[in-house]
Design a protein around this ligand. Structure first.
Ligand code: 5GP
Ligand code: MN
Length: 349
């Protein structure tokens, strides 16, 4: 038995929507990661196994190639490619599941359609400070991943038997990717009870690891070498490190979506580095990824300097300006940042 984390009345309310609803849309955040796609497809397979034949996963934009083996990925509707179709699905849905995001801003151009929709919205998420835009809000920041929550949600509805191998593979992928293959946010024993159940459903966890982590191009590995040799700056006194990449540099290495995945974690393998930041130029903004080990709350740093947020050890933000200006903001932050223990952001994880 696993602990009842999600409140019973939330389970019962959402269960009614599941029972009575005919059309379902599952939405997840922009630039979907493994947990976004894993939780969304996990729920998709469950609803399909339950007998619902009108279930669609809608994402704001495309997701990396290394998730394009996941069962059901071909059925995902990408709003950026098919905006009218995606918005029609949302308008027509009886139930809209909002997975792995805590506020409409995180689904960007999908937000107006989701917020205006008449269907019942259910949030399943593990980010701090959920916004109030859903009828049912299941928000538990202590959970490893939204995928773990989807597993718990299905079990608590009494429908564990409907978790098939495809569903289990998607849930496992989300749990694995949101914990860096169980290297952070992964000390809760029940995570491994759940994994044990997923393996009993027939998944091959070793194969899933390889499909996600060992399918890159040669040029991506060379870009990683370049980044580490030429572009990494270490700040020994602050126990921090910075990596930057411009669009020109990324083009030089034939960048495709997902190629910089994991770069931000690399400097954390240095003994004295506990805070790592990756600043990457994008088309019309600069994307910031932050990671820490131990107590350093990089979500506070992200929200204070880069209008972002996330988890204590893994967060992100955006900057509108040049790469050089973003680096200047980071270095100023490094000088002056002093985590405020009483801040809301610090409370949960
Ligand atoms: P990543 O560095 O992988 O893009 O993001 C790590 C985590 O930071 C995500 O799971 C998400 O929780 C959070 N995050 C990333 N970008 C943003 C952002 O722009 N705003 C907020 N609030 N959170 C973000
Ligand atoms: Mn997540």
């Amino acid at each position: 038995m696993i602990t009842k984390i999600i409140h019973e009345e939330k389970i019962q309310k959402a269960k009614k929507y599941v029972e009575k609803g005919e059309s379902f849309v599952i939405v997840t955040h922009v630039t979907p990661d493994g947990d976004a796609i894993g939780s969304a497809l996990g729920l998709y397979h469950f609803l399909t196994a339950y007998g619902k034949d009108n279930v669609t996963v809608v994402v704001p934009n495309d997701f990396p190639q290394f998730y394009k083996w996941m069962p059901g990925h071909k059925e995902i509707v990408i709003h950026e490619k098919y905006p009218d179709f995606a918005e029609q699905l949302i308008r027509d849905a009886d139930v809209i599941f909002c997975l792995d995001f805590n506020e409409p801003k995180r689904i960007e151009k999908l937000a107006p359609a989701v917020v205006a929709a008449e269907g019942r919205r259910v949030m399943i998420d593990h980010h701090l400070n959920p916004a109030d835009f859903c009828r049912v809000t299941m928000s538990y920041p202590e959970m490893s991943s939204t995928s773990e929550m989807v597993f718990r949600f299905i079990c608590r509805m009494g429908m564990f038997d409907l978790i098939n191998k495809d569903c289990a593979a998607c849930i496992y992928t989300g749990m694995m990717t949101d914990t860096g293959s169980f290297t952070y946010n992964s000390n809760k024993p029940e995570i491994y009870t759940i994994i044990s159940e997923l393996i009993k459903k027939g998944i091959d966890k070793d194969l899933i690891y390889r499909k996600v982590n060992q399918v890159y191009s040669e040029s991506r590995l060379r870009m990683m070498g370049y980044v580490l040799y030429e572009k990494m700056k270490v700040y020994p006194e602050q126990h921090a490190a910075l990596i930057t990449l411009s669009l020109e540099e990324m083009n030089r290495f034939h960048y495709v979506t997902g190629d910089t995945e994991g770069f931000v974690n690399l400097p954390l393998s240095i003994e004295n580095v506990a805070f790592s930041v990756f600043i990457r130029e994008d088309k019309d903004y600069v994307k910031i990824s932050l990671r820490s080990v131990g107590d350093f709350p990089c979500n506070q740093f992200a929200s204070r300097y880069f209008n972002g947020g996330g988890h204590k050890n893994a967060s992100g933000g955006e900057f509108y300006g040049s790469l050089a200006d973003a680096v200047a903001v980071f270095e100023k932050g490094l000088e002056e940042f002093n985590p405020n223990k009483t801040e809301d952001l610090d409370k949960h994880d």
